[in-house]
Design a protein around this ligand. Structure first.
Ligand code: ACM
Length: 543
């Protein structure tokens, strides 16, 4: 009798403890489609080997080896074959299923990442990165788990204005790395505006020689804070190629933007003859915003169209991206209204108003881009006056432009400023001077990308979303990161995770780990969030 009881006890205890051995689920941002915890764990030791089953998977394997070495202090060696235990295996199934999808299996014997394609292997690897300890030096023990995952949207973008303030190549790469760590796949690079032209053009070297500097700038919101001191910088084509390559290794496409026909003071500073007022003095802007105060539009002249052919042809040749961004936003029509030459041009070309003239410009560069086999993308104002059928729209003035475009069969990226402009404050406590909108983390997270009024076919035209970081008030990388984090993490979950996997409370519970990762990466962020969202305070000395 005693023995039987004792055996029963052992049996029950054994079952319970076996159950307890199921590893806790990892905290991964963005939340995967499906995670099932298993039993046991895998420890990445100095003896662990990494095996890449093919050339494509090798890219992700090498990225992982570098990341691991940077944060944990030892370099894992590559194995020659997929045999034995203590292996991390990367392979590309090339199975034609959803691009970016992957499965990741952790057992005590091995970690296996199988991607549907190259990006899939990479994203599986990013999930593995998020299963590593959030602090270097802690033993990398990974609980057994099976993850099945794929992205919700094909376009997951982040923009960076490198005009209002200039950021060196090394920092642009770092920014791209932050995107990669969040499974983002498009980097929208804003390269020209009123304040500067920041990309070397072989056909027009004068643009950067004379148009990449300004005499001074306002430092805060008010003109009283003006400081006179030359400010400038630009990217050579070699540097642009280096950035494109760096991004491509991370499965990120760089979409370059040359903003026309407004936002062109830097062009006019170099070529006053391109203006509707060639006799006025034109300079690169030293303040921000469009106030109808400065004439910043291109005039519809033959030499301007020849110029546009040159720069957009060159842009298409330089950037492998299928999408080329033409800006098209905030073009102040007043200057065309007041210009005899522009009015004459409109008459000759049967353009009934200035909206149609704007459309003429966009169609013109659209043709140059199409001849190169590429697709035009522009801000929602490109809808004014009619749009080329294959052009793609970024809806920034709310969602109505995106809705109109989606209904008329155009592809759309949602970037509504109220949910997507990280130049707005994210904490009421913030001392930083910024644009005065308020965009806290929960608003970013809970933004509903697909408007309810679209039919499923129309909704399919919305291929993703993007956030924008305009840098008028962000002269330093520290300030950039205080604006970027933690909102980038919320955006990533919004564009990657399936709607039914979105859960604000769970997201918040994951954030303390994510803050530790930011620290691990050397990213700066405000500690306000612990107070705002009542999170356990993260103190690196106690964790
Ligand atoms: C924009 O914010 N002007 C696109």
């Amino acid at each position: 009798m005693r023995t039987t009881f004792f055996s029963l006890f052992l049996l029950l205890f054994g079952a319970v403890s076996a159950q307890q051995k199921n590893a806790p689920l990892p905290t991964i941002i963005p939340e995967p489609v499906e995670m099932t915890s298993g039993q046991g764990q895998f420890t990445i030791s100095r003896a662990t080997r990494v095996y890449a089953a093919d050339k494509e998977a090798e890219k992700s394997a090498k990225y992982f080896i570098d990341y691991f070495n940077r944060h944990f202090g030892y370099r894992l060696a590559l194995a020659k074959k997929d045999a034995g235990e203590d292996l991390i295996v990367f392979s590309d199934r090339k199975n034609g299923e959803t691009s970016g999808g992957y499965t990741l299996t952790v057992t005590p014997e091995a970690i296996r990442i199988e991607g549907n394609d190259g990006p899939g292997v990479f994203y599986g690897m990013q999930s593995l990165i998020q299963m590593l300890p959030t602090r270097g030096g802690v033993l990398p023990i990974i609980g057994a788990v099976t993850i099945r995952d794929y992205p919700r949207f094909e376009y997951r973008g982040m923009h960076f204005d490198c005009v209002r303030h200039f950021f060196p190549v090394e920092y642009v790469k770092r920014y791209i790395d932050y995107l990669a760590l969040h499974k983002m796949n498009y980097f929208h690079w804003h390269l020209t505006d009123d304040q500067a032209w920041r990309l070397e053009m072989k056909s027009h070297p004068e643009l950067t020689a004379q148009g990449s500097t300004r005499e001074g700038e306002i430092l805060g919101l008010y003109p009283g804070t003006y400081r006179k001191r030359p400010y400038g910088g630009y990217y050579t084509q070699e540097q642009a190629k280096e950035i494109v390559e760096y991004a491509a290794e991370r499965y990120i496409t760089v979409i370059p933007e040359i903003d026309i026909p407004g936002h062109c003071m830097a062009v006019l500073a170099v070529h006053p003859e391109f203006s509707t007022e060639p006799d006025l003095e034109h300079k690169t802007a030293q303040t921000w915003g469009i106030y109808n105060k400065f004439n910043n539009v291109l005039a519809p002249k033959p030499e301007v169209f020849a110029f546009l052919t040159d720069v957009f042809s060159e842009l298409c040749d330089l950037f492998p991206s299928q999408y080329i961004h033409v800006g098209g936003d905030e073009c102040a029509k007043k200057w065309w209204k007041e210009s005899e030459q522009a009015q004459q041009f409109m008459k000759e070309h049967n353009l009934k108003d200035e909206e149609e003239l704007q459309s003429y410009f966009i169609h013109y560069v659209g043709d140059v881009i199409a001849k190169k086999g590429k697709t035009t993308v522009g801000w929602n104002e490109i809808l004014e006056g009619g749009l080329a059928p294959d052009a793609m729209v970024m809806s920034w003035q709310g969602t109505s432009g995106g809705i109109t475009a989606a209904k008329s069969g155009h592809r759309v990226i949602m970037t509504p400023s109220g949910y997507s402009y990280y130049n707005n404050l994210q904490s009421r406590n913030q001392r930083q001077v910024t644009h005065q909108g308020y965009l806290p983390l929960d608003k970013v997270y809970n933004y509903n990308i697909i408007p309810d009024e679209l039919t499923p076919e129309q909704a399919a035209n919305i291929i993703g979303a993007q956030a924008c970081l305009w840098t008028e008030y962000f002269p330093t990388t520290g300030k950039v990161e205080m604006a970027l984090f933690p909102r980038l993490s919320a955006l990533a979950e919004n564009v990657w995770s399936q709607p039914e996997k979105k859960d604000w409370e769970r997201f918040l519970r994951k954030m303390p780990d994510q803050f530790e990762r930011y620290d691990l990466w050397g990213a700066r962020f405000s500690e306000d969030f612990f107070r705002m969202y009542d999170l356990p305070y993260y103190d690196p000395t106690t964790r």
